[in-house]
Structure formats: C-alpha cells, structure tokens
Design a protein around this ligand. Structure first.
Ligand SMILES: *Cc1c(COP(=O)(O)O)cnc(C)c1O
Length: 234
C-alpha cells in the first residue's frame, strides 16, 4: 500500500469516529510527508527538534506540527514559534521553559503531560503522583503562556494485549480524575494521546482521542542510532 492509500484508509477508519490522526513522519524524507499532505493529512508528529524544524521550513505552512519525543529544555527555542502541540512534557522545568519561549513568541503553546504507564525502565514520563504535584504547584499556576490540554502515554511494547489494554485504561482513568480535580471548567482539557501502529485499536477502545501512527503509514523505519534501546531522540 502506498502512503496515499494508507492515509486515506486510516483517515476513514479513525477520523469518522472523531479520533485525531497524528502521522508520525520521523526519519522519513520530506517527499513522504508531502505525499501524505497531498492525500489530505495535516497533522504530523516528529520526535526530534532539529528534524521537525527542518521539515517545517520546507513543507506547507498549514501543517500542524506535534512534538512527540523527549524534549530538552535547551531546544525548546527552536520550535516555540510554530509547534502546534507538545506531547512530551515531563517536568515543571521543561514547562517553565516552554512558557518562557512561548512568551517571547507572543503565543500560548498547547501541551500534554506525558504520563508513565509502561512496565519498562526506558520510557520517559511523569508518575501519576508527580503529575498531580506539578499541577498543584505554585510554579505551575504562574505560567500564562502554556495550556495543558490533556495527557499522553506510551504502552509497554509487548504482545500481551491485556496488559496494553490495562495501561491505556489506567491513563484514561487518570485523565478523567485530572479533569475533575483541575480542569473541570476548561473545555480545552480533552485530549488523551495514546495508541501507535501496533496498538491503536486497543487505545481507541479505551478512550484515546489522538493516535500517533508512523509505520502503518510510512512503512518501517531504519533506525540510525540507539540510545538505551530508545529510538532516535534528541
Ligand atoms: C515513533 C513513535 C510513534 C509511532 O510509532 P509507530 O509504531 O511507527 O506507529 C508514536 N509515538 C511516539 C512517542 C513515537 O516516538
């Protein structure tokens, strides 16, 4: 199947039930992104700052760029002007820097709190208690140029469907609790980013509002370098 066919099929399958499709184009050339764009896709996810900035420069301006990978504070400045959603906020320090750079660009940047749900040592994210602590902190109350619009999680990379299902269930339940405790009056707090090529059906079943799909659209990635068995990252 071509990229065009994959986008059309997935858009039909996913967007008709009101779940957003994030096309994860990391490691893929600009031409592939353009093909997906021409097939109607407008939201793309990248996990490296430099790669995202380079692609954004070369591709149509109405693309919504989502940063889905671990973000270092010293790199926020390279994406602050154009990033549409940051999925990977995992500390108050990072959030403060995003706020600072958003302010410089005279905008508000939407963010998701990345929550640790996997049974793996190498995944980034906040624990449930850490996320609550962040939202309760005085530091957080002062940030006017960031808006938390939901949560993101990566399930364990396992064939065990029951486990993956439970992890997604936990994230959705946690999201519901946060909504009640902290965002009751904010309609914008509504996103649960969970599900990738291997597990997006399970994620949608468990209440995902945005799925991040790479290889099912663009084909397998050639991994260029490793860091603790993580995929390429900044
Ligand atoms: C690479 C990546 C994806 C997409 O993975 P696929 O298995 O190719 O669909 C989704 N989310 C994150 C955070 C990623 O880094």
């Amino acid at each position: 199947m071509s990229i065009t066919d994959n986008i059309k099929r997935l858009k039909k399958e996913i967007e008709t039930i009101n779940v957003k499709l994030i096309a994860v184009s990391k490691t893929k050339p600009v031409e592939d992104v353009q093909e997906a764009y021409d097939a109607g896709q407008r939201i793309f996810g990248e996990n490296q700052v430099q790669e995202m900035a380079e692609k954004a420069e070369k591709l149509p301006a109405d693309i919504q760029w989502h940063l889905i990978g671990h973000l270092q504070t010293n790199k926020v400045k390279y994406i602050a002007a154009f990033v549409s959603l940051i999925h990977s906020v995992d500390s108050i320090k990072l959030l403060k820097e995003i706020n600072k750079q958003a302010q410089k660009n005279d905008r508000i940047i939407d963010c998701l709190l990345q929550i640790y749900i996997a049974d793996e040592e190498t995944k980034f994210g906040l624990g449930f208690d850490e996320a609550i602590e962040l939202l309760r902190s005085d530091d957080f109350q002062e940030l006017k140029n960031v808006r938390i619009v939901g949560v993101m999680g990566i399930a364990t990379n396992t064939e065990n469907e029951k486990q993956v299902k439970e992890e997604f269930y936990e994230l959705k339940t946690f999201f519901d609790g946060l909504k009640l405790s902290f965002f009751r009056k904010e309609d914008s707090f509504k996103e649960v980013s969970m599900g990738m090529s291997s597990d997006y059906n399970t994620a949608i079943e468990q209440g995902s509002t945005m799925v991040r799909i790479g290889s099912d659209i663009f084909g397998k990635r050639v991994i260029k370098h490793f860091k603790n068995t993580e995929e390429p990252n900044d």
